[in-house]
Design a protein around this ligand. Structure first.
Ligand code: PMP
Length: 451
């Protein structure tokens, strides 16, 4: 590599401790300093370009440097960047709440803001517990999470996640939670349909809720796709069944749509595919089109009313982040929602998803691919030693990292999760760019699984 990048890289390694990174890796794995980004392309200081096949950690929906979002943020900057939202309010936060409610499944009438996904999850957990407490249901203190789930990395969010390494490492700090088996269809029996497997997985959930509902506040789930947990997918029948179980046993349902919301799975919200309304809907990531940190929890008027009382009853919800409802973030989110109204984005996404599915067909025959699965614009390729769903490569071999390295040499940012190579492209990716990312992934998989 020539090296206009070298100077920044060297300075970086002196001071910047990066997320999700063993920093020692960077002794051999070069960091990529990005100078600018346009559309789906990132560009480094040498002018080398990288196709952002993972939407910069699943946040970017309409490409980098989108003129409409850029302009809306600039306009907002001219009037108000941020103001305290306790005792004060501003137009973008109010309009955004109205527009989110209009887009959400029916029955969600209140919006509480935060600034990242983990914070939204913390808020939903606290609100659920506190709503029960305010109703005198003080025995309800526990949460049910699914195996393979991921909800962020603050301590409450980690406690309801089940990514093994995190649990193992931070376990002693985490509140105890109850776990139910994931409806993850990768684990289905040979010949079983997604729907049948997903429905069957409601049985252990029903047993758990029946036995312990008196002490359970809520069940938390990533609807349709457990993203960080290796892009494992399930059928919407699980969600409708889970909603019914939660109703039967008086347990809240928290839908974490931080990764899957905003059109990613084929509908605006994934819950729509099951026709359900959760008690709490967490959104983040794509909410601002990938521009600014903003998240929100939508909930029902019934939950809101559990907190609404005279001050001296001390029933108010207790949560206050400095940047709650940041005006620039809200402006970016409003611009993002505009884009959904300016074009038939969901139809376009379905066409692009169909193209992606066709491009992936050859990989289904690969001798070291256990499964190719897809929900909307999320597709995943599971690398396995024997090309079946039972065998797996030891994580220590870091085969996904080989795919990542190969991608960089070919100008495509792929960032496998363990042995799972996945695609979560921005919605503005062209069919040709989809072909390129899949082609490069195929090459990477061939290299990573050769010996
Ligand atoms: N929930 C889900 C489903 C996520 O995928 C993530 C982030 N990957 C989070 C919560 C946490 O969001 P953040 O990283 O913004 O805290």
């Amino acid at each position: 590599m020539t090296d206009a990048n070298a100077a920044l890289r060297a300075r970086d390694l002196q001071v910047f401790w990066h997320p999700c990174t063993q920093m020692k890796d960077h002794e051999t794995l070069p960091l990529i300093p990005i100078r600018r980004a346009r559309g789906v392309w990132l560009e480094d200081y040498d002018g080398r370009r990288y196709l952002d096949a993972i939407s910069s950690w699943w946040v970017n929906l309409f490409g980098h440097g989108h003129p409409h979002i850029d302009a809306r943020i600039r306009d907002q900057l001219d009037t108000l960047a941020h103001v305290i939202t306790a005792g004060f309010t501003h137009e973008p936060a109010v309009t955004l709440a109205e527009r989110l409610i209009a887009r959400a499944p029916p029955g969600l009438g209140r919006v509480f803001y935060a600034e990242n996904g983990s914070a939204a999850v913390e808020i939903a957990l606290k609100m659920s517990f506190h709503a029960w407490r305010n109703q005198g249901r003080t025995r309800k203190t526990r949460f049910v999470a699914l195996t393979g789930g991921y909800h962020g990395e603050t301590l409450g969010a980690l406690a309801v996640g089940s990514v093994e390494l995190y649990r193992e490492t931070y376990g002693p700090l985490l509140m105890p939670t109850l776990q139910a088996p994931s409806p993850d269809c990768y684990l289905r029996a040979e010949g079983e349909s997604w729907e049948s497997h997903s429905r069957r997985m409601l049985e252990p959930m029903a047993a758990l809720l029946e036995a312990q509902h008196a002490e359970i506040c809520a069940v938390i789930i990533e609807p349709l796709v457990q993203c960080a947990g290796h892009m494992r997918m399930h059928h919407p029948a699980y969600l409708s069944g889970l909603r019914a179980l939660c109703d039967r046993y008086q347990v809240h349902l928290i839908a974490d749509e931080i990764a899957v919301g905003f059109g990613r799975t084929g509908t605006f919200f994934a819950c729509e595919q099951a026709g359900i309304t959760p008690d709490f809907l967490c959104v983040g990531k794509g909410l601002t089109g990938g521009y600014l940190p903003l998240s929100a929890v939508l909930t029902t008027d019934a939950i809101y009313q559990c907190f609404y009382d005279d001050y001296t009853t001390l029933r108010a919800f207790l949560h206050s982040h400095s940047y709650t409802g940041n005006a620039l973030g809200c402006a970016a989110a409003l611009a993002t929602l505009d884009l959904f109204e300016q074009r038939p984005v969901l139809d376009d996404n379905r066409a692009l998803a169909a193209h992606l599915a066709r491009a992936l067909v050859p990989l289904t025959e690969h001798p070291h691919v256990g499964e190719v699965r897809q929900t909307g614009l999320i597709a995943a390729v599971e690398m396995t030693p024997c090309g079946d769903r039972r065998s797996h490569y030891p994580w220590q071999e870091r085969r996904g990292l080989r795919v990542y390295r190969h991608g960089l040499t070919r100008g495509v940012l792929l960032r496998p999760l363990g042995n799972v190579v996945y695609f979560m492209p921005p919605y503005v990716t062209t069919a040709e760019e989809i072909d390129l990312m899949v082609q490069v992934a195929r090459e990477g998989i061939a290299l990573a699984t050769a010996g």
